[in-house]
Design a protein around this ligand. Structure first.
Ligand code: CP
Length: 303
């Protein structure tokens, strides 16, 4: 089998997405599958992470493989000036698959061109985060029982948010209606809206969250990402644009779920955590099953 990487969610067809969701569900029901005994997976995190790195490492361990890698490039020879090209050219000799997060858009694609082994993009700047998307899709399918015919609201940093960009691409395979809620400075980029236009999918852009959630099946909250702003004043202007509080959920559908890729920094008040609509902590658990599915799929390992 040719080497297969996962850099963008658009690398996967609708059929492949559905197959991966099915595989994730199988892993959730059959978690102790040591299908990768004797393999080594490298997790290279040039940018901070809690969920993505640790859920990948949990997935790798559950599959019986071993993990090598780093969570801080400052402790590697990158700090001596080693290039990404050279780092990947070396690590590809030590492992069967690379999971990589980097702050530069396109870094994962470049790494996949250099590496001899498959590469999974664990987030590249404001661009893509495809493994997060698979777990988000899995969470939506699991809580709503379907992926077609849903109304999905995306809230917060829609300009720099790689999780919303990837999720929008994936959901555009399905009959989805979108509502985008953001400050004017952080609107969904035109290229993504054009893609929805091409597919004939409906979207609405709003500035207000409160009072607009009643018809939603999913409210996907995001953090305003300080690290993506060149101008600190611009961040200060928008950082508290939305705070979802429990009282704002009155009148919403019983089946509506609140998702968030996390971390949150205040955009969901803690009083929401115990509300039945809150799903963001259960969502993180789905990351393990989704990532087990991705790793096995890319390595051509069958259940
Ligand atoms: N959702 C997500 O990517 O979280 P981390 O940054 O903690 O990995």
């Amino acid at each position: 089998m040719d080497k297969r990487s996962l850099i963008s969610i658009t690398d996967l067809s609708k059929e492949e997405l559905l197959r991966l969701l099915e595989l994730a569900a199988w892993f959730e029901n059959n978690p102790g599958q040591r299908l990768l005994e004797g393999r080594v997976v490298a997790t290279l995190f040039f940018e901070p992470s809690t969920r993505t790195r640790l859920s990948f490492e949990s997935a790798i361990n559950r599959l019986g493989a071993r993990v090598i890698g780093f969570s801080d490039a400052a402790n590697t020879s990158v700090s001596k000036g080693e290039t990404l090209h050279d780092t990947i050219s070396v690590i590809t000799n030590y492992c069967d698959l690379i999971v990589m997060r980097h702050s530069l858009e396109g870094a994962a694609r470049y790494a996949s061109e250099v590496a001899r082994v498959p590469v999974v993009n664990a987030g590249d700047g404001a661009n893509q985060h495809p493994s997060q998307t698979l777990l988000d899709l899995y969470s939506i399918q699991k809580t709503q029982g379907r992926l077609d015919g849903l109304r999905i609201m995306m809230v917060g940093d829609l300009k720099y948010g790689r999780t919303v960009h990837s999720l929008l691409e994936a959901l555009s395979h399905f009959d989805t209606e979108f509502v985008f809620v953001s400050p004017p400075e952080l609107r969904m980029p035109d290229e993504h809206k054009r893609r929805l236009d091409e597919k004939g999918l409906k979207y609405t852009e709003l500035a207000e969250l409160e009072g607009n959630m009643d018809e939603m099946d999913v409210v996907y909250m995001t953090r305003i990402q300080k690290e993506r702003f060149n101008d600190p004043m611009e961040y200060e202007r928008v950082k508290n644009a939305y705070v979802l509080r429990r009282e704002m959920l009155r009148g919403t559908r019983d089946t509506m779920k609140i998702l968030h890729p996390l971390p949150r920094v205040g955009e969901i008040a803690t009083d929401v955590d115990t509300d039945p609509h809150a799903y963001y902590f259960q969502q993180t658990r789905n990351g393990v099953w989704a990532r087990m599915a991705i790793i096995c799929y890319l390595l051509g390992v069958k259940k």
